[in-house]
Every structure is written in structure tokens, then in C-alpha cells.
Design a binder for this molecule. Structure first.
Ligand code: G3D
Ligand code: MG
Length: 181
């Protein structure tokens, strides 16, 4: 079995922004989907064949917020990429979840070093995209050097496939290159 393309991707963000729902929405389309819950964390396995290589992805998602702090190092260990999720909702909950993004980013840096980080603005179905002012978010995204920013909805599925594919393709090309050179 080729273990070269086994990727752990950690998904983090405030409670109730939709992390678990996003993973479920995305992995549902895969032909292999497992959802395993452990203490403090749960992970989903997803398999995809890219250019004839069998890629195995493990999406790690924190179960319960703020508890199990002592497990954080184990939770982050060996992550090759991370996804930070916030909610686009125009209320205190949404705004707070965006305000906390830098904290999550620092935590990832602390435990994982310099790995690609994607930002998902979730629950896009709950906003009016025509009137929504995205300027603040886009400025922040550019300044903070994210690998990408995607608006998603775990409810309608909008943007979910593209967003996850972006990180999978990125990891695949990165590790393909390493294995060739
Ligand atoms: P978490 O894993 O980040 O804590 P969950 O968040 O995936 O458990 O989702 C929290 C709540 O938000 C759930 O509602 C879920 O259905 C809802 N949700 C997640 N993503 C979306 C989305 O894109 N759009 C909308 N409208 N709702 C979403 P409940 O009511 O089950 O707690
Ligand atoms: Mg969850």
C-alpha cells in the first residue's frame, strides 16, 4: 500500500460554525467514508484517486470546544494542512467567530509550523451575497497569507466541493513533487 499520499487535515474554528457539517457534506460524496469519534476529536476518512495515485485523507475535527486542552498537541500532530472555519452570519456569533480566526491561526502555527491554511466562511446560505460587505474579510485574507478563502454552505453544499478539492490538489502536487525529486 502506498502511504505516500496519506494526508491529515485539521479543521478548527469556534463551536457551531459548521466544521462537522462541512466534513460530513464533503465526505458523503466519497466512496469511502468513516466517521470515528474519540476523546476530544473525531476524524473522517476519505479516499480519492488522483492521477492514478490512491490518496487517503483524514479530516480531524475537534469534538466539543475548549475542553481537552491537554489533548491539543495530539490533535494537531502531523497535520499537513489546516482549515479554519468561521460563520458569515451577520450577528454577534458570526462576527465573533471571524474575530477569533487569528487565534486559531496562531494555535496552528504553534503546533504545526508553517503548513497551508485555508479559510472557510461558512453558512453563506444565511447571508445575502449581493449586499454582504466582504471587504474586511478579503483584506484580512490577503494580509494573513492564507492558501485560499472560500465561502461555503454545509447546508446547500455551495462551495464545499471546490474548497476541499483546493487543499487536496495542493497537498497532492506538493507531495508528488517531493516523491519525484
Ligand atoms: P461545529 O462542528 O463547528 O461545532 P456543526 O458545527 O457542524 O455541529 O454545526 C452547528 C449548527 O450549524 C448545526 O445546527 C448545523 O446544522 C448548522 N450549520 C452548519 N453549517 C451550516 C450552513 O452552512 N448553513 C446553515 N444554515 N446551517 C449550518 P443545529 O441546529 O443542528 O445545531
Ligand atoms: Mg463539531
Amino acid at each position: 500500500m502506498n502511504e505516500k499520499f496519506t494526508f491529515k487535515i485539521t479543521i478548527i474554528g469556534d463551536g457551531a460554525v459548521g466544521k462537522t457539517s462541512l466534513i460530513r457534506k464533503f465526505t458523503q460524496g466519497g466512496f469511502q467514508d468513516e466517521y470515528i469519534q474519540t476523546i476530544g476529536a473525531q476524524f473522517s476518512k476519505y479516499t480519492e484517486e488522483i492521477e492514478g495515485d490512491n490518496c487517503k485523507l483524514f479530516f480531524w475535527d475537534i469534538a466539543g470546544q475548549d475542553t481537552f486542552h491537554f489533548l491539543r498537541p495530539a490533535f494537531y500532530k502531523s497535520s499537513l494542512a489546516a482549515i479554519i472555519v468561521f460563520s458569515l452570519e451577520e450577528n454577534d456569533f458570526g462576527r465573533e467567530s471571524f474575530k477569533h480566526v487569528p487565534n486559531w491561526q496562531n494555535e496552528i502555527k504553534k503546533f504545526c509550523g508553517d503548513i497551508p491554511i485555508l479559510l472557510f466562511g461558512n453558512k453563506v446560505d444565511l447571508i445575502d451575497e449581493k449586499t454582504f460587505n466582504e471587504e474586511k474579510i478579503l483584506k484580512f485574507v490577503n494580509k494573513k497569507d492564507f492558501f485560499g478563502y472560500y465561502k461555503t454552505s454545509a447546508k446547500t453544499g455551495q462551495g464545499v466541493y471546490e474548497a476541499f478539492q483546493a487543499i487536496i490538489q495542493k497537498l497532492y502536487s506538493k507531495y508528488k513533487e517531493i516523491s519525484v525529486s
